[in-house]
Design a protein around this ligand. Sequence first.
Ligand code: ZN
Length: 270
Amino acid sequence: MEYHASQPFAVNNQNWEIDRTDNGTLVVGFPCISGWWYTPIDVYDDIADDVARLVDGEVDRSRLQVYRRGDDWYCTFTVEYDAEMGDETVIGVDIGHNQLLAADAETGESMLMSGREAKYVRRKYRSLRESLQQAGALRARNRVGDKEERRIRDLNHTASRRLIDWATQFENPVLKIEDLEGIRQGSDWRGVHSWHFHQLQEFVTYKAEQVGIRVEKVDPFETSQRCSACGGEGTRDGYHFSCVECDRGRHADLNAAENIRQREGEPCTA
Ligand SMILES: [Zn+2]
């Protein structure tokens, strides 16, 4: 093979080899006129993992290029593998209990978003609607309903945005939420305000997917009644959950979020 110093020569796809000798030296081999030529190479630290995968045959190799710069020889090649790399961080999300939203990540971090404003909005418009209803002012009452809906929609947009922003700090975050099909009887989800929580869940799901975060749904059975540490039954005193069996105490919504995080999930789309 004739070599011109100014330009690299290339060996296509499968027609070259990379291997590790018994003493650990990396060797690149490619065909020359006189037969295959093998030469030891040094590998830059930041691509050592990729090269190891290449040697182990876990990834595909592409064109090899060899060139000379000054007194040194270099070779370059591309390593191809699926982008899905690294560990996932699972985050359980509980919606619409004491707090508007509670999230528990497997790293031990958690977040709570107050539902105070949403409760205030609902209370305010409910009393307004009731008094208009009594006065027989039906059209005005319906306008109040529209206003309430817009306020809640805004709150839901803000809350879901904040959750997604928080989730993106983790490595490959995956959200787990409750499957609304099997939602428990007697929970807030069954009440007249359930559309509020359904909407929030819908916003969380589509905003997650917009930024490439996978969302899974889990069985909602007793997520807020069971202890997230031992699975035993617990009691709730306001916001506080305490386990009868292992004595653990935690914020009730975070306990629920942790249960959701630990459950087997199924893929879900908005
Ligand atoms: Zn327990």
